[in-house]
Design a protein around this ligand. Structure first.
Ligand code: 8YV
Length: 338
């Protein structure tokens, strides 16, 4: 017998993190690296103290009600926690932690890359060269895209990631507009000269590119509704590296097909295991850029996320407040509805 914390890790993590966990804790990792079913999670949690979860684990009220008594901490490997019913977890006396900050810069880099991809036709360029594995060569009018400098960027959610996107966008000469729950004081954290809008509809009608950086909550579910997508500026672009449920995907596809929106760059989809074929068609036409939920997918970020999970577990098991404990008064998602 040992006093080491007993943990269940639902997905494979970087080797160095798994190795550290194995020395620090009594660690059980789901070697299959496909999402566990709720029953598998419950079975795996027998006698465990901690659940190390990821976005692919749906931890709803039903699962929380059936958790073994021994489980007292849910340590999410990730920033977003919309897969967890936080109210149910808190009511059950559980502590929930996440891994913010360490993935901010990489996620902002990806949003910025996607912002450039469509107007500058990055993916089309590759596709064209691959077509016949031959190229007719340069001409003054070939592959013309559109200039980013001077355009208006609208950021929905000016938290850590939104702020990091804003500072990159400034370097590209975009004017910065943002909508968030509250106006941020200008300063080091929020770039100066960012225009705050308290009316999302008005901002959407005014900007050339919209990028989403808000957590998924009951309030932000389909924050880009069919009506709002229809009221975006004609010819504008949308970037989403956050959560698919922030927008009405079917309505987005309609606006793209109708030509109202010029393009969209998406890192997340409503249906991961069966991406809407109309989106794939739009991608083939160069109207949509698709990446595979990769915005925070750097080895560095994943290792730092793992280290953050470890710190959260160790401080909790030592009887202290974990540094990234989510509390009811913090403005965080309220998780999957029952
Ligand atoms: C991860 C993410 O892919 O942190 C998030 O919110 O979307 C990504 O970093 C995932 O959440 C890991 O659980």
């Amino acid at each position: 017998t040992s006093s080491k914390a007993k943990i269940l890790v639902t997905r494979r993590l970087p080797a160095s993190i798994e190795a550290r966990m194995a020395t620090l804790f009594e660690t059980d990792v789901n070697e299959a690296d496909t999402a566990l079913t709720p029953d598998d999670i419950l079975f795996g949690l027998e006698g465990k103290d901690v659940l190390v979860s990821t976005i692919t684990d749906r931890i709803d009220a039903g699962l929380i009600a059936r958790l073994p008594q021994s489980v007292r901490l849910i340590a999410q490997f990730g920033n977003g926690v919309d897969n967890i019913d936080l109210d149910a977890a808190w009511s059950a006396g559980l502590t929930v932690t996440n891994t913010p900050s360490v993935l901010t810069e990489d996620t902002a880099d990806m949003a910025t890359a996607l912002m450039l991809a469509l107007p500058r036709r990055l993916l089309e360029g590759t596709q064209m060269l691959l077509q016949d594995r031959a190229w007719a060569g340069w001409s003054p009018t070939s592959m013309l895209g559109h200039r980013l400098r001077g355009k208006a960027l609208g950021i929905v959610g000016m938290g850590r990631i939104g702020t990091a996107v804003a500072s990159r966008a400034r370097a590209f000469g975009l004017s910065i507009h943002y909508y968030s729950r509250k106006r941020r004081p200008p300063g080091i954290e929020t770039p100066l000269e960012a225009t705050y809008w308290d009316d999302l509809d008005a901002m959407l009608a005014a900007v050339d590119i919209v990028t989403l950086h808000t957590p998924l909550t009951r309030d932000t579910h389909h924050i880009l509704s069919a009506r709002r997508l229809a009221s975006m500026k004609p010819g504008s672009h949308l970037v989403n590296v956050s959560r698919p449920e922030l927008l009405d995907e079917a309505a987005l596809i309609e606006q793209l097909e109708a030509g109202h929106l010029a393009g969209a760059a998406l890192d997340v989809f409503e249906n991961h295991d069966g991406i809407n074929p109309r989106l794939l068609d739009l991608a083939q036409q160069g109207r949509v850029a698709l990446t595979a939920h990769m915005a925070s997918a750097t080895l560095e970020a994943r290792i730092e996320m793992g280290e953050t999970v470890i710190v959260n577990i160790r401080t909790f098991m030592d009887g202290h407040q974990p540094p990234h404990r989510l509390l009811p008064e913090t403005p965080v998602p309220r998780g999957p509805q029952a």
